[in-house]
Unconditional design. Sequence first.
Lengths: 114, 112
Amino acid sequence: EPEVTQTPSHQVTQMGQEVILRCVPISNHLYFYWYRQILGQKVEFLVSFYNNEISEKSEIFDDQFSVERPDGSNFTLKIRSTKLEDSAMYFCASRDTQANTEAFFGQGTRLTVV
Amino acid sequence: AQTVTQSQPEMSVQEAETVTLSCTYDTSESDYYLFWYKQPPSRQMILVIRQEAYKQQNATENRFSVNFQKAAKSFSLKISDSQLGDAAMYFCAYEGRDQFYFGTGTSLTVIP
C-alpha cells in the first residue's frame, strides 16, 4: 500500500535555530496537511495545502511557520526560530481529493528543541 | 465545528479478554471517515481501523471491530482477545471535508 514518508524520524535542534521537516506524500495526492502533538496532548491541526498554497491554517501556525512544496514531491514544514514549546511530534498527511476520501498519515517526526 | 470526545482517559483489560473504547463525535456533515489510531510509546500513529460513514456495515480488522452508530454519532472500538502488544494510547479521529479532528485519547493497559 502507498504510504506517506517523513524524514527525519527524530530531530534535535537548539532553541532559535531553523528546522525543516520533510514529507513525501503519496504520489497522486493533491491535499497535504501538517499536524502536531505535544507530548501527552491531543493531535492538533496546523495547516492544509492545496494547489501550491495554504488553504487553511490554525492559530498555532503563526509567522514562525511556513510550508512549501518545492519540487512536486516533497512537502516541507519550516520553523524559522524554534522555541522550547515547539517540541512535539509532527505528522504529515495527504489525501487524493477533498471530498469523501481518506487521508493517510506519515509515521511522524519527533522534534526536540533544547 | 466538529468535535470528537473520548470519555475514558484510561482503560485496562486482562490479557485475552475483550475491551471496548468509547468515542462520540459531533458533525453536520453527512459523508466522512472515522478512524481509530494506536499510538505506542514510540509515538508513531498507527491506523487500527477505518469506517466510512456511508457504509452501514461495521468495519472489522482481525481482533478489532467497531460499533458505528451514525444517528447517535457514536464510534466505539472493540478489541477482542487482548494482547500485551495492544497496550498503547488509542485516538479516535473524525475526518471531514477539510481536516482531521482527534479525541483526547484513551490509554489502554493490558494486564497479564
